[in-house]
Ligand binder design. Structure first.
Ligand SMILES: CC(C)(COP(=O)(O)OP(=O)(O)OC[C@H]1O[C@@H](n2cnc3c(N)ncnc32)[C@H](O)[C@@H]1OP(=O)(O)O)[C@@H](O)C(=O)NCCC(=O)NCCS
Length: 181
């Protein structure tokens, strides 16, 4: 299946939050209490949160839509290091864009669509004049870490990330995106 990748619309909000609730647990370490994961989903990934992401001019929300119109992937970009200023000290190239969220429905894992979504993210960052992309993912999220390493991200350090009141350790990664001259 090939996704149509486009800016998210207000009408995508319910689909985005349903996909986020399904996929966020996949990025969490297996020993994280279910109640903490559910609290994060409720507080940060509901329709109201997605409406806020859509309306914030420093945010760019992309949706990957299947042939039936279902939202099957999404990415949220945030200018600079605003998504976590504690990471600013380890990011080496500026201007930078943070990839706050990058999620695909499990039916698309291993399909190559993650690479296509990342290509769109890279192009958006380049068009905005950024010189790098950065993100953070859990130390135990081996699949994502392998995908990002293959996609040109390098490790820059670690950060703490709170999920439902529980502290988690993330790897911070950065990738150059400067356009060739
Ligand atoms: C992370 C994600 C976007 C990657 O997309 P994908 O289509 O699964 O990625 P790919 O299959 O192209 O690459 C995954 C890599 O992990 C490897 N892999 C697969 N399962 C693995 C596992 N259980 N443990 C370790 N590595 C694994 C694959 O072999 C591949 O490695 P390679 O590039 O060296 O061959 C997608 O899996 C996803 O949405 N996951 C759930 C949400 C998430 O974790 N998002 C990231 C949050 S920052």
């Amino acid at each position: 299946m090939t996704l149509t990748i486009r800016p998210a619309l207000a009408t995508d909000v319910d689909g985005l939050s349903a996909l986020a609730a399904l996929t966020f647990p996949l990025a969490c370490p297996p020993d994280l209490p279910r109640a903490s994961v559910e609290a994060f989903v409720r507080d940060s990934l509901g329709p109201t949160s997605f409406r806020g992401y859509l309306e914030d001019p420093t945010h760019r929300l992309l949706a990957g839509v299947g042939p039936d119109g279902d939202v099957l992937a999404y990415a949220l970009l945030i200018e600079g290091t605003a998504m976590d200023e504690s990471c600013a000290r380890v990011i080496s190239s500026r201007p930078t864009v943070g990839v706050s969220k990058f999620y695909l429905h499990p039916c698309l894992h291993g399909s190559g669509e993650a690479g296509r979504l990342l290509d769109v993210v890279i192009r958006l960052a380049q068009d905005s004049g950024a010189r790098s992309l950065w993100l953070a993912t859990n130390v135990a999220n081996s699949r994502a870490l392998a995908f990002y390493a293959r996609s040109g991200f390098e490790r820059r350090g670690h950060r703490d990330f709170m999920v439902g009141g529980v502290r988690n350790l993330d790897v911070v990664l950065e990738r150059p995106v400067q356009r060739p001259l």
